[in-house]
Design a protein around this ligand. Structure first.
Ligand SMILES: [Cu+2]
Length: 115
C-alpha cells in the first residue's frame, strides 16, 4: 500500500513537471535574459508595453537581432549587456546572428509585449 502511495506521488510530480513546461511566462514590467551555453534563458519573456528587456552575456560572442529588424545589438561578449524598450504590444522574435536564424531556429527567443 505504501509503495502504491509513493508511486502515485511520483506520477503526480511528473504531471506537474509537464504542466510547468506549458505554463506561459509570467507578465512582468521588464525582464532580464541571460545568454549562456548558446541559449537565451528564459527563451520566452512576457512584459508590459513600455517595459525594457536586458540581455546579459555570460560567455561567448553573440547578438540580439530582431526577426523584423526593429532592434539589433552589436556583437556582445562575456560581461556585456544590451537593452531594448518595447513600447508597442506584439510578439517579437529574435535570434543570435552567429548561432540562430529567423523564425525561432537554434539560438533564438521571443519577447511577448502586452498592453
Ligand atoms: Cu550566439
Amino acid at each position: 500500500m505504501r509503495k502504491v502511495v509513493v508511486l502515485i506521488g511520483i506520477l503526480m510530480l511528473g504531471s506537474l513537471a509537464v504542466l510547468a513546461v506549458n505554463v506561459p511566462a509570467p507578465l512582468t514590467a521588464g525582464a532580464t535574459v541571460t545568454i549562456s551555453n548558446f541559449q537565451f534563458t528564459p527563451k520566452v519573456v512576457r512584459i508590459k508595453a513600455g517595459g525594457e528587456v536586458t540581455w546579459q552575456v555570460k560567455e561567448g560572442t553573440h547578438t540580439v537581432t530582431a526577426d523584423d529588424g526593429s532592434f539589433e545589438s552589436q556583437n556582445l561578449s562575456g560581461g556585456q549587456k544590451f537593452s531594448h524598450t518595447f513600447d508597442q504590444a506584439g510578439t517579437y522574435r529574435y535570434y543570435c546572428s552567429f548561432h540562430g536564424s529567423k523564425g525561432g531556429h537554434d539560438m533564438a527567443g521571443t519577447v511577448i509585449v502586452s498592453k
